[in-house]
Write a protein that binds this ligand. Structure first.
Ligand code: NAD
Ligand code: ZN
Length: 254
């Protein structure tokens, strides 16, 4: 059912949340647009400006690594200024109430953690862009450190001082393997919940987009909150094509 208007959407969503025992939210870039971080696929989104750098390109060329870091620092103002939005705060309220065991996210912006969800209960399918690590020894590096080293080396991205490995934001690039533990946890959560909320994702990136389907097949009710239609709208129990912050604001408990 596509909610015909905002009031109906909020009423149906609230009823389904109240009736649920275990809710698993699955979030994409749309939950963070009101926080000042553009998504990929909306008009004017990041996608329209930059072709992504593939993981194999990052590994193969110093220039690709430099460019990847230049782009990251160009986005730093967006990421460092961002604070959790109304969607994040509503999910944090549901988490505190005990109905949400964990949030599964495609986002890399750390805003679920910033909203008060314990880091171990934020299942990041695409990693996290707020810090970096060595691809070989996994040692953690702060972005400020990378930036200083790049500035001191004429824009050349640094390698790991400990092992010589390449240093990359802790994100999963196109062409890079998905994190096994996060994928397994997302699968377990999707299969065990009775309400699955897909929020702000175009649901086109696989394998992550398979989780709403998995939840539905295991008997959960499926709600999709996204401004644009998705390929899964037909199987959803409720489709809300409204602004995420506005829809979730009534669920915030201060
Ligand atoms: P996407 O860009 O493919 O889709 C975002 C969807 O959110 C769009 O369909 C858009 O219509 C909708 N949307 C945007 N703002 C909305 C709002 N206020 N209310 C309702 N709907 C809104 O994003 P995706 O499916 O998450 O995939 C893109 C990938 O890019 C992700 O996997 C993620 O790793 C990465 N990414 C992350 C961030 C972030 O961390 N904030 C930002 C951009 C991209
Ligand atoms: Zn290393």
């Amino acid at each position: 059912m596509i909610a015909p208007d905002l009031d109906t959407a909020i009423a149906r969503l609230t009823d389904m949340v109240n009736a649920a025992r275990t809710i698993v939210p699955f979030t994409g870039a749309g939950i963070s647009t009101e926080c000042g971080i553009p998504d990929f696929r909306s008009p004017g989104g990041l996608w329209t400006k930059n072709k992504p750098i593939l993981f194999e390109e990052f590994l193969a060329s110093q220039e690709a690594r430099n460019e990847s870091w230049r782009r990251r620092f160009a986005m730093e103002e967006h990421f460092s200024m961002a604070r959790p939005g109304r969607g994040h705060l509503a999910l944090a309220s549901l988490y505190r109430s005990g109905k949400v065991p964990a949030v599964v996210t495609q986002n890399i912006d750390n805003l679920h953690q910033a909203s008060g969800i314990a880091p171990e209960d934020v299942v990041e399918l695409h990693g996290n862009t707020t810090f970096a690590h060595c691809l070989d020894c996994n040692r953690r590096y702060e972005l400020s450190w990378v930036r200083q080293r790049m500035e001191a080396a004429n824009g050349c991205a640094p390698d790991c001082p400990a092992c010589g490995g390449f240093i990359k934001t802790a994100t999963v690039s196109f062409g890079q393997a998905m994190p096994d533990a996060a994928m397994q946890r997302a699968q377990d959560l999707s299969q065990a919940c009775d309400l699955f909320l897909a929020i702000g994702s175009s649901l086109v990136v696989w394998p992550a987009a398979g989780f709403p389907l998995m939840a539905k097949r295991h008997g959960a009710r499926l709600v999709i909150v996204n401004r644009e239609p998705t390929d899964f709208d037909d199987i959803a129990d409720l489709v809300v094509r409204q602004d995420i912050g506005t829809v979730f604001e009534p669920l915030i408990v201060h």
